[in-house]
Design a protein around this ligand. Structure first.
Ligand code: DSN
Length: 433
């Protein structure tokens, strides 16, 4: 008897069904193995996270929340979402209400905006060019088009938060929300000070801890939860979970936040991704996660010192977190030129605006490094020192193809001695799709 479905495509492997996509993924596996990943927002997800995210839960619709769904058959996805919620609350002790359904960090921010503001309302945030995030009011983003942002930044002389600027922006704008949180700020954020400024002005404090949530979870950065009314995060950066988002609120603001996520801005939650978040939060509760974060921070300090010794202008003189912001003008290059030189040797970073920036965002005077991914592979201080030396040499010899090829071979030889997480990823890089 033949297959009753009459559709053999349904059982094909990826390689059989789509060799072009399979080949691109296999090539990416090789890149992830042979290059050193230093983009501050990237990491290698736990293998179990990827397994949950690729699971059959992708087949299930579950609009609503556990126990109150609009679809039948939700008893097992309810278990998954309840696990994700209870683990998130445990991981971030002090949080009162959590919603694990936002599809991304930007979605989580918009959910908070729509819960706490009406279109046209005013909020205050760090500007994108000074280290803030696109979804914190950039004119090209919905947050900047539908609401009225006023920005603060960092002081051009030392790169630290311009507190007078924060106070001035709040006094002038009389915002509904003050946002604390950044994508390119290397120092500890003083959430108590942000909260005092927000609450004195009758505003709510939203902390976007996307970059530092793993550090907060490990207890190595002060927690925003005693101070903030809302907290948002991505789940894939320092947390090593799936590429997604999460939003927390004070208990009395929780119901409105939930309504804002669903049915306000999303339909069916991605249950396979929520399962992957549950797994990531569970693994981050293991004591080994704190050790990983300690090593990530120690590596960032080592890398910052080594880059400074090679002439990079390390903004604020160092780092308290996983990221390092550098002015590369002293090396005679733009951020774009530095990034391209490093990419040519397999050291992956991004160009970044720096305090007092004079160049466009596509060129910039700076670069941003981060240590979460390299630390996940087991790299330590010796490797950080070596990476800084390769960075300086690649920039200095950027017009010398033979030198770049030699450095690239050294980078990939070192990278291959540090395994990528997951036997499947190793096998894909070794044998292809
Ligand atoms: N764009 C991300 C980053 O690289 O910091 C944040 O979403």
């Amino acid at each position: 008897m033949g297959d009753p479905r009459g559709d053999r495509n349904m059982d094909l492997s990826l390689r059989e069904a789509d060799p072009e996509v399979a080949a691109a993924i296999a090539r990416e596996a090789v890149r992830q193995r042979d290059h050193i990943e230093l983009i501050a927002s990237e990491n290698y997800a736990f293998a179990a996270v990827r397994e949950a995210q690729g699971s059959i839960l992708t087949n299930k619709y579950a609009e609503g929340y556990p126990g109150k769904r609009y679809y039948a058959g939700c008893e097992f996805v309810d278990v998954v979402e309840d696990l994700a919620r209870s683990r998130a609350l445990q991981l971030f002790g002090g949080s009162e209400h959590v919603n694990v359904q936002p599809h991304s960090g930007a979605s989580a921010n918009i959910a908070v905006f729509s819960a706490a503001m009406e279109p046209g309302d005013s909020f205050v945030a760090m500007s994108l060019s000074q280290g803030g995030h696109l979804s914190h009011g950039a004119p090209v983003n919905l947050s900047g088009r539908w609401f009225a942002p006023t920005f603060y930044g960092v002081r051009p002389d030392d790169g630290l938060i311009d507190w007078e600027g924060v106070e001035r922006a709040v006094a002038t704008a009389k915002p509904k929300i003050l946002i604390a949180g950044a994508s390119a700020y290397p120092r500890t954020l003083d959430f108590a000070r942000f909260a005092a400024i927000a609450h004195d002005a009758g505003a709510k404090l939203l902390v976007d801890m996307a970059h530092i949530s793993g550090i907060v979870a490990a207890g190595l950065h002060p927690s925003p939860f005693p101070h903030a009314d809302y907290v948002t995060s991505t789940t894939h950066k320092t947390l090593r979970g799936p590429r997604s988002g999460i939003a927390f609120a004070r208990a009395d603001l929780g119901a409105a936040l939930d309504k804002s996520v669903f049915p306000g801005m999303q339909g069916g939650p991605l249950m396979h991704v929520i399962a992957a978040k549950a797994v990531a939060f569970g693994l981050a509760l293991d004591p080994s996660f704190r050790t990983y974060m300690e090593r990530t921070l120690a590596n960032a300090k080592s890398l910052a010192a080594a880059l400074a010794a090679h002439g990079f202008g390390v903004v604020t003189g160092g780092t308290d977190t996983h990221l390092i912001l550098c002015d590369v003008t002293p090396l005679g290059v733009t951020g774009k030129e530095a990034t391209l030189a490093l990419e040519a040797v397999g050291v992956t970073i991004n160009k970044n605006s720096i305090p007092g920036e004079t160049r466009s965002p596509m060129v910039t005077s700076g670069v941003r490094y981060g240590t979460p991914a390299a630390t996940t592979r087991g790299m330590g201080e010796a490797e950080m020192v070596q990476i800084a030396a390769w960075s300086a040499e690649a920039i200095a010899r950027r017009d010398d193809p033979a030198a770049l090829r030699r450095i690239a071979a050294e980078v990939s030889a070192l990278a291959r001695t540090f395994p990528v997480p997951g036997r499947d990823a190793t096998s894909l890089a070794e044998h292809g799709a």
